[in-house]
Design a protein around this ligand. Structure first.
Ligand SMILES: Nc1ncnc2c1ncn2[C@@H]1O[C@H](COP(=O)(O)OP(=O)(O)OP(=O)(O)O)[C@@H](O)[C@H]1O
Ligand SMILES: [Mg+2]
Length: 1045
């Protein structure tokens, strides 16, 4: 396998399993050589050993992340990323919950390693707005927790002073959903005291360095570390650590996690209260009874604290300087001495801070906890304090080392013991490997009846005088012969002289080394008691956050039951953690600290040797070498890999074990690589497993392609079949439709043909019954009928017989139009004739005269239109009746045509004189009106012509023939009131007697003959003429003007 190349380097093998020869020395040398080459990570199987380089190496870049993403574990250099990737993939693909246990002593790089794991998982898991938010929140929990939970120690500038276990939860796709953080035992004694050269928790320095002037003023703080009692015992600033920047980073992180501005302020206020409590100074005073009492030396600080938390200073002062003691049924207020007062003050500060830290973790948890109830997969990352051996070890070190002992126990159980037991159980040939089982030490500490912790609790609860001495005596008695327990007493009993073990101390032989614990403070720290007066005072504060930290201060909830001891609490939380870890697949990162001076790339073999020893790395390698890297039940194994052999794919009919054997036989792995247990198959080297996985992946890809191919084929086929079926259906319908149409067409045509044929036949059959002229006959008949109807209708509907009525009904048919018109005119003419026939002769003569007048004057003389209305009366004089005209009557001899009065124009003057005019059938007589004596008798034959004007006047000129009887007198100029009638009658009479028409001039200019020569007459229209008729004006001898109107 070419993948093995990076692993096989004799001097610096990447996997210590390949070490040859395997000794502590060679192991150490390999680690050193690799360290020199800046390969800080080394494997033992899938356990990663990380040696702290104390310098930043270019191996955490995004490119590196890509390189390790979905990599082959053994194909790349050992790295934390590789184990993180392996764990993540196993979680995502194999559905196995994972835990990553990071162990090592303080400063070995555990916290850094945990951050690397988290950031790697965040980088390779899928992206999306919601997922990124979750990832950010999970990652940002680090700066917040580090600010409040980390401090500079002698060993590590950023030492975690609490244990942390973080469960990151994923959905089935491997997307992070959220998480839960558990914290263990914060080193709260650091609040009040720290060794020279160390610092208090970072947050205090960060707040003072990074807080704005306004914030510090609000928190009533001074920007001076030296001012605060809890801080000024050591260095305030650290080289390479920018407190102000870290403060801002922490604030940003809080925002990302979801802290509200009010929450941040409240948190900082409580932090400030802790800091300021350290400055509350007490002074001693003596009471009247002579008892020593304490009081607040300088009230300002107390005042400010109370302002911050909304509490009456008196209440706090009383709680700090006195104590309520219940004795039987009485409660007595006793004063405290100054040391007691300081003890109370410090206990309060420690309690506030540690409870605040718990609150902080819970608050982060509420933000990052998974909301949905879907099934989750979990990856736990444990970063817990490493094994501690100090000069002076107290209760904390005891607890911490107990925890490490338990972790070692897990490691032993999971990797060494359980593994060996499993081989035996499965009947695999196996040479047992010697290893140290530390359960005896765990038992020494945690045994619930006789363990050190149980003893301590017993001592704490015991009535009477309680102190560490009695506790130590008890231990000495109980563990006098215990192999891992020592004290001055037990040594004395065994007559061992050991000056390194002082009195009031006991020593435990931990798996990692011997540690001497001083029992001083054990009872007090285990009890972890806070005077009730103080918790009640805190509860009385108006500051909501602070108040919520002290629920037991509620006087309503006073309970006499003592709270569980610190040791008991820690033991049970460790037990819970262990249970949690046992349920998951463990991955180990074992951190090693190469030197004590935090120097870059310095490797102190002795220091490392000690760690290699207590970490049990050599045993680890041995078991690993002897054992098998992988095991799985036959069933799941076959299920996972059955596609690798044609014999087991797709179904294996036999038992699971046979199936697994057949499958592995087909894959032809060397015999020593495999072992078949009773229920499980064992694979010796990880490489074989990785090869199996690789082949599986390839085969799965092929199968996926096959399935895709089949599904696509099936989809296309069904689609095609559907389309084909549809096409057939559509064409069937279409053809049917077309045929139906054609049939209908044919049927219509056939019917038409049939109808024609039948018609033709019928006509032929019935032809003889018809005459050839039937149609003409019929047409004529109809025609006649129509005409008849028309005529009969007409007869019934004749218009009135009045000649003035010209109406006529319209023709009912067009062909009768001409006839109708003809009938109309016939009818009209007939009507007129009938009218004419019934007229009397006189009327007829009158009408004839009127007709004649119209022929003469219509449209020629204006006077005519007026005359139409006037009847022609002929006799205007009453000739017969009036005896005055007797004479005239005789002259006329009953041949009078017309008798009237006219005016005669004097030829010389133009003036007019009245005359009687008589027109007979032979003569025209002018007579004197008075005497009725005829003055002029003119034979009609003498009248040559008559001239009249165009206007409505009665002026007329009678032109006489020159040879007439009265010719000498010249032409007569007359004015008649009945000019039209006169001229008409003259014309008629002339025509009747002479057979000649009258020559009539209707003109404006004419010539007349006067006795003295011709005179030209000009007719002029003028208003001067007036109603009396024309005025004649003589203009010279040959001109006359007639003014008419
Ligand atoms: N992989 C690394 N690369 C570079 N420096 C590292 C690495 N790991 C650790 N360090 C350095 O070592 C210091 C201590 O590491 P870290 O805080 O992780 O130790 P720890 O094991 O958590 O200690 P403690 O138990 O005190 O919390 C870091 O501040 C960092 O300077
Ligand atoms: Mg740490």
């Amino acid at each position: 396998m070419e993948d093995a190349a990076p692993l096989l380097d004799a001097e610096a093998v990447a996997d210590l399993v390949l070490l040859d020869p395997l000794t502590e020395e060679s192991l150490l040398q390999t680690l050193q050589e690799r360290f020199r080459r800046r390969d800080i990570y080394t494997y033992i199987g899938n356990v990663v050993i990380s040696v702290n380089p104390y310098q930043s190496l270019p191996i955490y870049t995004p490119e590196k992340v890509q390189e390790y993403h979905e990599c082959n574990f053994f194909a790349v250099k050992p790295h934390i990323y590789a184990i993180a990737d392996d764990a993540y993939r196993s979680l995502r693909d194999r559905d196995r919950d994972q835990c990553i246990l990071i162990t090592g002593e303080s400063g070995a790089g555990k916290t850094e390693a945990s951050k690397l794991v988290m950031s790697y998982v965040a980088a390779v898991s899928s992206k999306g707005e919601e997922v990124n938010k979750v990832k950010e929140q999970l990652l940002q929990s680090n700066p917040v927790l580090e600010a409040f939970g980390n401090a500079k120690t002698a060993r590590n500038d950023n030492s975690s002073r609490f244990g942390k276990y973080m469960d990151v939860e994923f959905d089935f796709k491997g997307e992070p959903l959220g998480g839960v953080i558990s914290n263990y035992l914060l080193e709260k004694s650091r609040i009040i005291r720290h060794v020279k050269g160390e610092r208090n928790f970072h947050i205090f320095y960060q707040l003072l360095a990074g807080g704005s002037a306004q914030l510090l003023q609000q928190l009533k703080l001074r920007q001076d570390c030296g001012h605060y009692g809890y801080l000024n015992q050591g260095t305030s600033s650290l080289p390479g650590m920018d407190d102000a920047a870290n403060f801002h980073a922490m604030q940003d992180a809080m925002k990302v996690i979801g802290f509200s501005a009010a929450e941040v302020t409240a948190l900082l206020e409580v932090t400030a209260v802790v800091l300021k409590l350290g400055n509350v100074q007490l002074s001693s005073s003596f009471q009247a009874s002579g008892m020593e009492a304490c009081s607040i030396a300088e009230p300002r600080e107390l005042q400010e604290i109370c302002e911050l938390i909304g509490l009456d200073p008196g209440t706090l002062e009383q709680a700090l300087c006195s104590r309520t003691v219940k004795a039987r049924d009485e409660t007595v207020l006793t004063t405290l001495t100054v040391p007691q007062g300081y003890y109370g003050r410090d206990a309060l500060a420690k309690n506030i801070y540690s409870r605040l830290f718990d609150w902080l973790v819970n608050r982060i948890n509420t933000s990052i906890q998974v909301k949905s109830g879907e099934q989750r997969k979990v990856m736990g990352v444990l970063d817990i304090y490493g094994f501690e051996i100090f000069q002076d070890n107290g209760f904390e070190q005891f607890i911490i080392n107990y925890c490490n002992e338990k972790l070692q126990q897990i490691f032993i159980l999971m990797t060494l013991k359980e593994e060996q037991e499993e081989y035996v159980r499965e009947g695999i040939q196996w040479t047992p490997v010697e290893f140290f089982d530390n359960s005896i030490i765990c038992n020494l500490i945690e045994n619930s009846t006789s363990g050190i912790l149980a003893m301590l609790d017993e001592e704490c609860l015991r009535p009477g005088v309680v102190n560490e001495d009695t506790f130590l005596t008890k231990l000495n008695q109980l563990f006098a012969t215990h192999k891992h327990y020592e004290s001055k007493e037990t040594q004395n009993a065994r007559r061992v002289m050991d000056t390194s073990l002082p009195a009031r101390c006991f020593r435990i032989h931990h798996y990692a080394g011997k540690v001497t614990y001083n029992v001083t403070g054990f009872i007090e720290k285990n009890n972890d008691l806070l005077f009730r007066d103080l918790s009640q005072a805190m509860w009385a504060a108006r500051h909501a956050l602070l108040r919520s930290l002290f629920p037991e201060g509620d006087p309503q909830k006073v309970s006499l039951k003592l709270p569980p001891t610190a040791g008991f609490q820690f033991k049970s939380s460790v037990a819970m953690l262990m249970k949690n870890l046992y349920s998951k697949n463990p991955n180990y990162i074992r951190c090693i600290k190469p030197n004590d001076t935090k120097s870059a790339m310095v490797f102190t073999p002795e220091l490392v040797r000690a760690q290699v020893r207590y970490l049990g790395l050599l045993e680890n390698v041995r078991v690993r070498r002897a054992g098998y890297a992988f095991r799985q039940l036959y069933g799941p194994f076959l299920q996972r890999y059955k596609m690798l052999s044609p014999r087991t794919w797709p179904r294996w009919a036999g038992s699971d074990r046979e199936g697994a054997e057949v499958l592995l036989a087909d894959l032809a792995y060397p015999e020593e690589e495999l072992a078949f247990g009773h229920t499980k198959v064992f694979i010796r080297s990880p490489r074989t497993l990785f090869d199996l996985e690789r082949r599986r992946q390839e085969r799965v890809a092929q199968l996926v392609t096959l399935i895709q191919k089949m599904v696509r084929g099936w989809r296309c086929r069904t689609q095609y079949q559907l389309m084909r079926k549809s096409q057939i259906l559509i064409s069937a319908w279409f053809r049917g439709h077309a045929q139906k149409n054609r049939y209908k067409q044919m049927k219509r045509s056939a019917l038409l043909l049939q109808a024609y044929a039948r018609g033709w036949k019928a006509r032929r059959r019935y032809r003889r019954y018809f005459r050839s002229s039937a149609s003409t006959f019929l047409a004529n008949f109809i025609y006649r009928r129509l005409v008849c109807r028309y005529l009969v209708g007409l007869a019934k509907n004749l218009p009135p017989l009045s000649v003035l009525d010209r109406t006529w009904p319209p023709a009912p048919y067009k062909f009768l139009g001409d006839a109708n018109q003809e009938l109309k005119s016939i009818f009209y003419r007939w009507k007129c004739k009938k009218y004419r026939d019934q007229l009397p002769p006189s009327r007829r003569a009158q009408l004839q005269a009127k007709l004649c007048a119209s022929e003469l004057f219509q449209d020629k003389k204006t006077l005519y239109s007026k005359s139409v209305q006037q009847p022609f009366r002929s006799d205007y004089l009453g000739l017969k009746q009036n005896p005055k005209y007797q004479k005239l009557h005789t002259v006329a001899k009953d041949k009078v045509v017309m008798a009237d009065t006219v005016r005669k124009v004097n030829r010389a003057s133009g003036k007019t004189v009245p005359r009687l005019l008589l027109l007979t059938t032979e003569h025209l007589v002018l007579a004197d009106p008075k005497t009725a004596q005829p003055k002029t008798v003119l034979a009609l034959g003498d009248i040559r012509s008559v001239s009249v004007t165009r206007f409505s006047d009665g002026f007329l000129v009678l032109h006489l023939k020159e040879v007439s009887t009265v010719g000498a007198k010249g032409d007569f100029l007359l004015v008649s009131d009945h000019l039209i009638e006169l001229v008409t009658r003259l014309h008629q009479t002339l025509e009747a007697t002479t057979g000649q028409a009258l020559t009539l001039h209707i003109t404006d200019k004419f010539s007349t003959r006067f006795p003295k020569g011709d005179v030209s007459v000009t007719v002029v229209e003028s208003p001067k003429a007036g109603p009396d008729g024309p005025i004649c004006k003589k203009k010279g001898s040959h001109k006359m003007e007639v003014l008419v109107h």
